[in-house]
Design a protein around this ligand. Structure first.
Ligand code: NAD
Length: 400
């Protein structure tokens, strides 16, 4: 099939298998170009392993530390005439590259929130590894089925307390437009915490612990976001922020379990980046396009893979004892340090105040955002022939 991008709102409904493979290869290449990470984990489970931060974590663990990896994700295979989702093609590319260099990888496509998935993964760890030394939790989902009750919870993005008005970007016509978000109800907040809070992460760690699959000194990390003043009413002080508060509180609880085995449970606060999940959040894309411009000008721009290399190499491993992992006053690892630098934020704030439809292309990196967005779906890579007829059915090696 000849595959072109088909954009609907904030998603692209097609994905290019060769382009997604190029995206994965680019990230592997970056990791290979860096100093190897010493003392890194050797048996790593990544929950949410097919796109964004989870995929970058899996690549860093495998190609930066030489780790065997298991990855859990929820992706759709192709079904003529529909292409597979990007995460499917990414995982196919990852596993084939891992296999080529003799790195173990096994993947599980299905609902990570379900007890069945936990059982399947635990069984595989028992059979193939005996135990593991790192669990990365990188799920981003709009809904969760509670495994005990079957209740479906939906996460929403709303401010807490009162409604909030500000500006956002309308990508259809590249205009800055006003947006009003209604205040969340108590139910909205509770449901978002159920989906994106720490409950499911805790269930995973408890299941692994109960089966005695956590090796001594094992580490588990989940990802959070804080962000600046301008996104605070909608993000950190909104429903998603409530979920992140819960995730961070869960890290403190899990740390007690992990420390008994000389290990750690931590939250890493990552940089705002264009991923399939984040592009759906109001305000955030307008903040991104301004942030990107400022960070590029200062030579500080990073993508998921750069962030994950810094997390593994400069925070978690490279001979550093687990008790010496640098954390903030709330026990969080911070790799959003460049985004949050005062000179960066001051300039972003200044530009945010000025931005309107007229000056948007000058003030913000619209082209960069569009390019990055399309890359998530495998489009825009040099060396990929987008006029070529390519097979859309691509198998994932080692798929459970
Ligand atoms: P993403 O959309 O790129 O990836 C989400 C992953 O979760 C995919 O692998 C997907 O297959 C998987 N997934 C979703 N539902 C699933 C389910 N039911 N079962 C199994 N797998 C499922 O998201 P991302 O932006 O990389 O976010 C990952 C984490 O990082 C989130 O906790 C997010 O809040 C956090 N984070 C993101 C940003 C950002 O700007 N993107 C910044 C800081 C922190």
């Amino acid at each position: 099939m000849i595959i072109q991008p088909k954009i609907r709102g904030f998603i692209c409904t097609t994905a290019h298998p060769v382009g997604c493979a190029a995206h994965v290869a680019e990230q592997i290449e970056y990791i290979r170009s860096q100093d190897p990470i010493t003392g890194g984990p050797q048996k790593v489970l990544v929950i949410g392993a097919s796109t964004g931060y989870g995929l970058a974590s899996r690549i860093t663990a495998a190609f930066g530390c030489g780790a065997a990896t298991m990855g859990v994700f929820f992706e759709k295979p192709s079904e003529e005439p529909r292409t597979a989702t990007p995460g499917w093609y990414n995982s196919a590319a990852f596993t084939s590259q891992a296999k080529r260099v003799g790195l173990y990888s096994r993947s599980f496509n299905g609902d990570a929130f379900s007890d069945q998935m936990r059982q399947d993964v635990c069984q595989a760890i028992k059979e193939d590894w005996g135990d593991l030394d790192c669990v990365i939790y990188s799920l981003a989902s709009p809904r969760r089925v509670d495994p005990k009750t079957g209740t479906i919870y939906k996460s929403v993005i709303k401010p807490r307390g009162s409604s909030y008005k500000n500006k956002t970007i309308d990508f259809e016509n590249t205009q800055v437009a006003p947006i009003l978000l209604e205040a969340a109800s108590d139910q909205d907040i509770a449901e978002t915490v159920k989906v994106m809070g720490g409950e499911d992460w805790q269930l995973w760690i408890e299941a692994l612990s109960a089966e005695n699959l956590l090796a001594p000194k094992a580490v588990t990390v989940a990802y959070s976001y804080i962000g600046p003043e301008v996104t605070r009413p909608v993000y950190r002080n909104g429903t998603l922020g409530a979920a992140k508060d819960h995730l961070e509180a869960t890290a403190q609880r899990l740390d007690q379990i992990m420390r008994k085995r000389q290990g750690r449970a931590l939250v890493s606060v990552n940089k705002a980046l264009v991923t399939q999940s984040s592009s759906a959040i109001p305000f955030i894309p307008l903040y991104f396009v301004i942030l990107m411009k400022v960070m590029k000008q200062k030579g500080l721009n990073e993508y998921c893979i750069h962030q994950m290399y810094r997390l593994f190499a400069e925070r978690l491993y490279n001979g550093r004892p687990l008790s010496k992992i640098p954390v903030d006053d709330r026990g969080r690892v911070r790799i959003d340090d460049w985004e949050m630098r005062s000179d960066v934020q001051e300039e972003v704030r200044h530009l945010w105040e000025q931005v309107d439809s007229g000056n948007l292309p000058k003030i913000a990196d619209i082209q960069g955002y569009n390019d990055d967005f399309l890359k998530l779906f495998g489009f825009g890579f040099n060396g990929v022939d987008y006029e070529a007829d390519v097979p859309i059915e691509v198998p994932i090696a080692g798929l459970f």
